[in-house]
Design a protein around this ligand. Structure first.
Ligand code: ADP
Ligand code: ASP
Ligand code: MG
Length: 431
């Protein structure tokens, strides 16, 4: 029975309001009577809103509780369109919010990343409780399980790394026995637990990854992520208008594109699926009968040019202060620091006495790294860059992308071109 299990993931966009929840119910209805594990994210933009609560709480701005109340009101509004007045889910959600409010009424005590995870989890928890109650209400019996009783990670808060042995054991013990043709199993994406039982998260947009971890643990037959796009497209339709849907994609293409910014799938999603040859479907929740994109091992295709854009990039130019070569021992030291700060390096180039890297400019990581190495190295930082990655490039596509931009770094490896660019400043011509 186990290998007929499917895992579905519904993200924030597919649960953004009551109509969206009803649409998810209709999609699930088609699969009733089949063993299905459903992973849900927080509704709409709840995680962003909770980040504002956390900021206000940690900075003691005094507005944290009222910001939390706004989020609670949004959830109640959704529930008002889904349930009768006295439905027990109101009490359940009330208690979930009260738990976080209790924390907000105490002084922030502990590291920022730890406090973040102790609050941010609420989005996924509330969403899963509402969806479970609605499915039950509409005759789709669903067994709810707290993802924190399955997924275990190390204790790097906001970016927990999965401890596979513990997670597999929990999945066998707590999740597998729940899977049945008689009901769906529903759980949360993004959230997990440390070995000592504290709440932790897998990193922003991590719910796709949760679904892949569970697919791996259950030896699922397939995994499907339901999105607001028809499938994986050749580029982000929010930025480009001439995009085309890809019917098939290999794991390799998918991992390369998502790592460099194709935001449609979380980059960590692919590995667990590839390791067990579990196919991934990316389908539209707006047009559920559409074919979507099929991602698997055995797909080798002639691909059209595909473009991924990652914003918020910083280029760090690092040179030795004493004009010595940037040698191996420098590299060892620099990469040690980069690993310690958990910086994602997207591109690197070096000359005799300098070394340039393009990195994701998140939190204070770039400044902290620069500070750590400034004694031995001169560091110049340029922020606000974009990294454009083009797979299977054609020259005319590259020329088009470069229009109106200044190219800071460029690299070609095989079928891929990567460019770090900034906008050309608008200049006025003075006579
Ligand atoms: P979720 O609701 O699961 O959080 P996201 O909003 O994170 O979904 O991801 C879907 C979005 O990803 C799309 O609306 C689209 O704008 C964006 N996107 C970026 N690159 C691509 C791509 N290559 N193909 C399809 N969608 C893409
Ligand atoms: N809710 C989380 C986020 O917005 C996780 C996810 O949606 O995948 O980042
Ligand atoms: Mg998302």
């Amino acid at each position: 029975m186990t290998n007929s299990i499917r895992v579905f993931k519904f993200g924030g966009a597919s649960l953004k309001d009551a109509a969206a929840v009803k649409n998810v119910q209709q999609i699930l209805h088609r699969f009733s009577g089949q063993p299905l594990v459903v992973v849900v994210s927080a509704m709409g933009k709840t995680t962003n809103a909770l980040e504002k609560v956390i900021e206000a709480y940690v900075k003691k701005e005094g507005s944290a509780v009222s910001l939390l109340h706004d989020i609670r009101t949004q959830h109640f509004r959704i529930m008002d369109d889904l349930f009768k007045e006295n439905h027990e889910v109101y009490g359940t959600i009330e208690r979930a919010f009260a738990e976080v409010e209790k924390r907000l009424n105490t002084d922030p005590d502990g590291e920022y990343d730890f406090l973040y995870d102790q609050i941010i989890y609420l989005g996924e928890l509330a969403s899963s409780m509402i969806v479970q109650a609605y499915l039950a209400e509409t005759s789709l019996p669903t067994q709810w399980i707290d993802a924190r009783s399955i997924l275990v990670t190390d204790d790097i808060y906001r970016e927990g790394w999965v401890l596979w042995e513990e997670t597999l054991a929990n999945a066998k013990k707590n999740l597998q026995p729940l899977v049945s043709k008689d009901h769906f199993v529903l759980t949360q994406g993004f959230i997990a637990s440390t070995k000592s039982g504290d709440t932790i998260t897998l990193g922003r947009e991590g719910s796709d990854y949760t679904a892949a971890i569970l697919s791996y643990c259950l030896d699922a037959e397939s995994m499907t992520i339901w999105k607001d796009v028809p499938g994986v497209l050749t580029a982000d339709p929010r930025i480009f208008d001439n995009v085309v849907k890809l019917d098939h994609l290999s794991y390799r293409e998918a991992i390369e594109m998502t790592y460099y910014g194709a935001k449609v799938i979380h980059p960590k999603t692919i590995k667990p699926l590839q390791n067990k040859s579990i196919p991934l479907y990316v389908k539209s929740f707006i047009d559920p009968s559409g074919e979507g994109t099929y991602i698997a091992d055995d797909v080798e295709d002639l691909y059209p040019p595909m473009v991924a854009i990652e914003s918020n990039q910083a280029v760090m130019n690092i040179s030795t202060r004493d004009f010595s070569f940037v040698a191996e021992h420098h590299m060892r030291y620099l990469f040690g620091e980069i690993a310690d700060q958990r910086i994602q390096v997207n591109l690197m180039q070096n000359t005799a006495i300098s070394f340039s890297i393009c990195v994701n400019d998140v939190d204070n990581k770039v400044d902290d790294f620069a500070k750590a190495i400034e004694k031995d190295f001169k560091v110049m930082i340029e922020r606000g860059m974009q990294l454009i990655s083009v797979r299977h490039y054609h020259q005319d596509v590259l020329e088009n992308l470069k229009r109106g931009k200044i190219v800071i770094l460029e690299e070609r490896i095989g079928k891929t071109v990567q460019m770090v660019v900034k906008d050309v400043p608008i200049m006025t011509w003075k006579r």
